[in-house]
Write a protein that binds this ligand. Structure first.
Ligand code: KIV
Ligand code: ZN
Length: 585
C-alpha cells in the first residue's frame, strides 16, 4: 500500500525492517530490526507437555527447519512480470483495460511477486488500467513505471494508490551514450536527478524501485555512484537493465558481482535484472546475474517486449526448476499455470507463439522422429527433460460431441485451466454446441480457440453480426454482404473485391473508414482435417502504430472478418495512447 507502515514479512518482496529498509537481500548478513523469517513460527510444533529430551529434539528440528527456511529464503528469486508494460511496448501489442486486468489476475494466480501494470503518465487508458489492477489485486505488488520527473512520479503514485501493495518504479539513463544524446544532461546532473526522483517517489510510496536505463553499457564507477545514491534516497530495489540486449552472460554477471562488492549500502536493497533479447541472451543473462547475487528477475510471458523482447518468464522459471542441481534458486511460480498464461497473452496480444518456442511452443513436447518416439515409449526421460504436465499442458484428445452436456463441458473448461464466470460458461457452451453441430470431432484445441476467441472480443466497440460471401468461378468479382454493430448500431453493406477475403475486408473498410494498412494476413488450422477451425491473424499499421487481431471459426472467411474487426477495435484503443517523450522534462 502506498505509504503504509513498514514491517518485515517472510516474503522477500516485502523484507523490510521497522525503519523501512529492506532486510539483507542475500540473507548473508542479518540486519538490525528485521525479525526472523516465517520458519521461526514452526516453534508452534512444541507440545505443551514435552519432556526436556523432546524439547531438545524439537529445538533441533526447529533449528533445522529455520536453517532450511533461511537458505531457501536467501535463494528465493522474486519474479517481476512486465508483460503489461514492456510487453505492451512490443510493436503490434496492445491491450485494453479489461484484457490487462484479466492478464494481471492470471499472473497473480500463478504466483508472480510483482506485476508492472503500466506506465501511468503514457495515457489516460494506461493510468486507468494501472488503477483498476491496483484495486483488484490482493497478493502481488502492483508496480507503475515513471520517468525521473515530478509529473510522472506523482501520476504513478496516484494510479497505484488503491493497491494493497504498491510500488513506484522510476528510471533514468546512465550510459554515456544515453546521457549525451538522449537526455542531453551532464553525468552530475543525472546523479542529482537520481537522488531527487527516488526521494520524491519514496515520499509517496514505501516501495520504490530505481532503474539505471542502459545500465549494462554504463561506466562502472558512475553506475556504483548512482546505485549508492538511489539506495541512500530510499530505493529498496535496484534494477540494472540490459536495455539493448548487448551484454553476454559472464560480463553481465561480473557487473552484478562488482556492484555487490563495491556499493557500500548494497545490502539495503534487492538487486534486480531486466534483460532484452536482441542477441537471444536475455534468459542466459538473467540466470547468470542470479548466480552472481541478483534476486529479482524482470521478465514477460512469451518473452514479449520492446524489439526482440524481454527474458521469457516461462523459460527463466522452468530453467530454475529443471536445473535446480546447478541453479539452486526458487521462485513462487505455480508452473502448471504457465501454458494457460501463455495462451491468454498470445490470444489477447495477437502474437502467435512460434511452434519451436521453448516451454510453450506447439512443438515443445512433440516427438516426430521414430527413434525419439521409440525412446519416449520406453522411458519419457529419454527425450523429455520436463513433463508437459509441469507446465500445465493437457495432451490433445477427443473431447465431446454434440450430445455432451453442460456439466461435462464445465468440467472440461476447468481441466483446460479456465475459471470463467457462469455467464461466460453459458456463452462458451452455446458456441461449443454450434461448433459440434458443424464439426465431427471437437478437440481440446477447438475449445481453447473458441473460449479465447470470446475473450478477445470482450469489450469490442465494433462487432461482426453477419457475413455472406458469394465467390467461385461464376461470381466474378466475389461479393461480400456484411453487417457490423458499431457502438450498438447495426449497419449493413455490400462490397466486391479481388477474391472473397478482399471483398470481405473492403466491406469492413466501407463501414469503418480508416487509413490503416494491412501488414499481415495469416491463416492456420487449429487441428487437422478439412472441418478444422481456422485461426486468423491480421496486423494493421496506422501512423507507426501496429495492432494484431485474431479470429477463430470453422469458416475461414468469418474467422478473417473477426480478426480484421478485432484489429480495428485494438486500433481504437491504441489511437488514445501518446508516446511519452524520451527526455525527462
Ligand atoms: O529496458 C529498459 O531499460 C526498461 C527500463 C524502463 C526498466 O524497460
Ligand atoms: Zn525494457
Amino acid at each position: 500500500m502506498v505509504k503504509s507502515p513498514s514491517r518485515c514479512r517472510d516474503d522477500p518482496v516485502d523484507r523490510v525492517t521497522e525503519n523501512g529498509l529492506p532486510c539483507d537481500p542475500l540473507g548473508s548478513r542479518p540486519l538490525a530490526g528485521c525479525p526472523a523469517p516465517a520458519g521461526a513460527a514452526l516453534s508452534g510444533r512444541t507440545a505443551p507437555d514435552a519432556t526436556a529430551a523432546t524439547r531438545q529434539r524439537n529445538k533441533a528440528d526447529e533449528i533445522g527447519a529455520n536453517e532450511v527456511e533461511r537458505v531457501m529464503d536467501r535463494n528465493r528469486v522474486i519474479i517481476f512480470d512486465t508483460t503489461l508494460r514492456d510487453g505492451e511496448q512490443s510493436p503490434g501489442a496492445s491491450m485494453n483495460q479489461d484484457e490487462k486486468l484479466r492478464i494481471a489476475l492470471t499472473l497473480e494466480d500463478m504466483g508472480v511477486d510483482v506485476i508492472e501494470a503500466g506506465f501511468p503518465i503514457a495515457s489516460v487508458g494506461d493510468f486507468e488500467a494501472v488503477e483498476a489492477i491496483a484495486r483488484r489485486l490482493r497478493r502481488a505488488v502492483v508496480c507503475g513505471l515513471a520517468r525521473a520527473t515530478r509529473g510522472d512520479i506523482e501520476r504513478c503514485a496516484e494510479a497505484i494508490r488503491p493497491a494493497e501493495r504498491g510500488r513506484i518504479h522510476t528510471f533514468i539513463s546512465t550510459s554515456p551514450l544515453h546521457m549525451k544524446y538522449k537526455l542531453q544532461m551532464e553525468p552530475e546532473a543525472v546523479l542529482a536527478r537520481v537522488s531527487e526522483s527516488v526521494a520524491l517517489a519514496r515520499s509517496l510510496c514505501d516501495d520504490v524501485e530505481w532503474s539505471a536505463e542502459d545500465g549494462s553499457r554504463t561506466e562502472p564507477d558512475f553506475l556504483c555512484r548512482c546505485v549508492e545514491a538511489a539506495i541512500k534516497a530510499g530505493a529498496r530495489t535496484i534494477n540494472i537493465p540490459d536495455t539493448v540486449g548487448y551484454a553476454v552472460p559472464e560480463e553481465y554477471a561480473g557487473l552484478i558481482a562488482d556492484l555487490i562488492a563495491r556499493v557500500p549500502n548494497i545490502d539495503q536493497a534487492i538487486l534486480s535484472v531486466h534483460c532484452h533479447n536482441d542477441l537471444g541472451l536475455a534468459v542466459a543473462n538473467s540466470l547468470a546475474a542470479v548466480a552472481a547475487g541478483a534476486r529479482q528477475i524482470e521478465c514477460t510471458i512469451n518473452g514479449l517486449g520492446e524489439r526482440a523482447g524481454n527474458a521469457a518468464m516461462e523459460e527463466v522459471v522452468m530453467a530454475l526448476r529443471t536445473r535446480a542441481d546447478r541453479l539452486p534458486y526458487t521462485t513462487g511460480i505455480h508452473t502448471e499455470q504457465i501454458t494457460r498464461a501463455s495462451r491468454l497473452v498470445s490470444t489477447i496480444t495477437g502474437f502467435v507463439i512460434q511452434p519451436n518456442k521453448a516451454v510453450v511452443g506447439k512443438n515443445a513436447f512433440a516427438h516426430e522422429s521414430g527413434i525419439h518416439q521409440d525412446g519416449m515409449l520406453k522411458h519419457a526421460g529419454t527425450y523429455e527433460i520436463m513433463t508437459p504436465e509441469s507446465v500445465g499442458l493437457v495432451r490433445s484428445h477427443l473431447v465431446m460431441g454434440k450430445h455432451s452436456g453442460r456439466a461435462a463441458f464445465r468440467a472440461k473448461l476447468r481441466d483446460l485451466g479456465y475459471d470463467l464466470p457462469e455467464t461466460a460458461v453459458d456463452d462458451a457452451f452455446t458456441r461449443f454446441k454450434d461448433l459440434a453441430d458443424r464439426k465431427k470431432d471437437v478437440f481440446d484445441e477447438d475449445i481453447v480457440a473458441l473460449v479465447d476467441d470470446a475473450v478477445v472480443r470482450g469489450n469490442d466497440r465494433i462487432r461482426l453480426v453477419s457475413l455472406e460471401v458469394l465467390c467461385g468461378t461464376r461470381h466474378n468479382p466475389p461479393e461480400a454482404e456484411l453487417e457490423l454493430a458499431i457502438d450498438g448500431t447495426v449497419q449493413k453493406i455490400r462490397a466486391s473485391g479481388d477474391g472473397p477475403v478482399d471483398a470481405t475486408f473492403n466491406a469492413i473498410k466501407a463501414l469503418v473508414p480508416h487509413e490503416a494498412r494491412l501488414q499481415l494476413f495469416q491463416v492456420s488450422a487449429v487441428t487437422q482435417g478439412t472441418d478444422a477451425q481456422a485461426e486468423v491473424t491480421v496486423r494493421l499499421e496506422e501512423e507507426g502504430k501496429t495492432v494484431n487481431g485474431q479470429g477463430a471459426e470453422t469458416d475461414t472467411l468469418v474467422a478473417s472478418a473477426r480478426a480484421y474487426v478485432n484489429a480495428l477495435n485494438k486500433l481504437l484503443v491504441k489511437r488514445q495512447k501518446t508516446a511519452p517523450a524520451p527526455v525527462p522534462a
